[in-house]
Every structure is written in structure tokens, then in C-alpha cells.
Ligand binder design. Structure first.
Ligand code: GLN
Length: 234
């Protein structure tokens, strides 16, 4: 994905989180402000969330640009959640263009989004990956190893592909985890919850930038930032 975001806190509507802010994910799909790779994010979009009374996350994904989905815009004000992951995609050259290649990916328990690219030869074959896109193979590896290993997975994969860009964003309904490895990420702590986003969705001065090569963990108790060690030697 080329731009992704997550929210953990009091339930908020998807319209509030993804559509309405002045530089929302919707706006970032055609006019991202900080994107380093690719110019627009028109190769699909996806939103995953946890809903009361339902086990595991539910998703709405599309291979179309986010701005071309009026049905989503009409439902978004009534879809509310306290744990959300959303993304808009700019497909890496050579990767499939299909709904199943769009983040967030899931194993039924967690959600994972990937902003970046990685040589698929650096990843183990994953029979249960949702797509052959690099991000789905990487997500399958994260699901296999568990969210607690997110930082280790990034360092291992970077050891096998030093050119990889590995900004990952993951959620399990109770916490968010993210890595910075080659692209931007910002964090916003509010009285009602915490947002992580590839770039700020508005001009609130409370957004702060996460330095490159860090792991971020967001729980109801707060935000923890840990530097990631260099890539694991292969
Ligand atoms: N490599 C992924 C894809 O092709 C993500 C691309 C990106 O972050 N722009 O979908």
C-alpha cells in the first residue's frame, strides 16, 4: 500500500477516519503529501475493522480507486469501530491488480497492511497467502510468526533483500503495531484514542513523525517506540 492508517480508541465512523479529514486517506489516494514512491494511489483500497459481537475483523476491499466508490461513501458514516486499519494502493510494477492484492490482509484474527516493496524471492513460499503480491506474501509470513515478531520479521526480510521497503501496520483488535523501514509514518495521540498514518490526515500540530527503522506499539495504555536493530545477516 502506498498510504495506510490505523485507529485504536473510542469507536469512530469510517467517514470520520478515512473520508472527512482535510488530507484524508481519500484525498491521499490522489494527492498524497509525503509519499516517496509513486504519485497516486488508485489501484484499490481496503478497510478492516472489529465490530461488537463478531469474532475477528471484517473487511471491505476494492480494486478500484477510493474516489470511485460512492457506495462506500454512503455507508461510511454508520460503520463505526474502535480498531480500524485502512489503506489505499499504488501497485508496484509487475504486481497483480486485483482485489485480493489490496490491504489489509487477514488470517481471520489480525489485519496487516504493507507500504513498500520486497523481492518475492526473499520471502518464503506461502500457500495460504491471499494473493501473489509481495505484500500478501509478507503478511502471510507475519501471520505465521505472530504479531509479536513483527520487528524481527522486518529485520530478517531486510537482511535477505537490502533494498526492501517495509513499513508494516498490524492490528489484532486490542493493539496496533507498526514498523518504519524506508517510508513515512506519523502518530497522533488524542483524548479518545491513537492514530497511526503514513502521513498526517490533517494539519493538527499534535501529529508527530516516527523516525525510520522503528517499531511502534499502540495499546489503550499508550504508545511505545523502539528502535529496530540493523538487518539480520543472512
Ligand atoms: N508492493 C505492494 C503492492 O504492489 C505495495 C505497494 C506500495 O506500497 N505502494 O501493492
Amino acid at each position: 500500500m502506498c498510504r495506510h492508517l490505523a485507529w485504536l480508541g473510542q469507536p469512530r465512523s469510517l467517514a470520520e477516519l478515512v473520508l472527512e479529514p482535510s488530507s484524508s486517506l481519500l484525498v491521499q489516494s490522489w494527492a498524497p503529501r509525503r509519499q516517496r514512491h509513486g504519485t497516486i494511489n488508485a489501484d484499490g483500497w481496503g478497510v478492516g475493522l472489529w465490530a461488537p459481537g463478531h469474532d475477528g475483523p471484517v473487511r471491505w476491499r476494492s480494486p478500484r480507486p477510493m474516489w470511485g466508490d460512492p457506495s462506500f461513501a454512503s455507508m461510511a458514516p454508520v460503520l463505526r469501530s474502535g480498531c480500524v486499519v485502512a489503506a489505499v494502493r499504488s501497485a508496484t510494477v509487475g504486481m497483480p491488480l486485483e482485489e485480493s492484492a489490496v490491504a489489509p490482509f487477514t488470517d481471520g484474527r489480525a489485519l496487516v497492511s504493507h507500504n513498500g516493496r520486497v523481492d518475492r524471492a526473499a520471502l518464503p513460499a506461502a500457500r495460504d497467502a491471499e494473493s501473489t503480491v509481495d505484500s500478501a506474501l509478507l503478511a502471510a509470513l507475519v501471520f505465521d510468526r505472530g504479531l509479536d515478531a513483527l520487528g524481527d520479521v522486518v529485520r530478517e526480510v531486510a537482511g535477505r533483500d537490502p533494498a526492501a521497503r517495509l513499513n508494516l501496520l498490524a492490528a489484532d483488535g486490542a493493539r496496533l503495531l507498526a514498523t518504519t523501514w524506508g517510508d513515512t509514518l506519523s502518530v497522533l495521540v488524542t483524548a479518545t484514542g491513537t492514530a497511526l498514518a503514513s502521513e498526517p490526515w490533517d494539519d493538527d500540530p499534535a501529529w508527530s513523525d516516527v523516525p525510520d527503522r522503528h517499531l511502534v506499539e499502540v495499546t489503550p495504555d499508550g504508545v511505545a517506540l523502539l528502535p529496530l536493530d540493523p538487518p539480520e545477516p543472512t
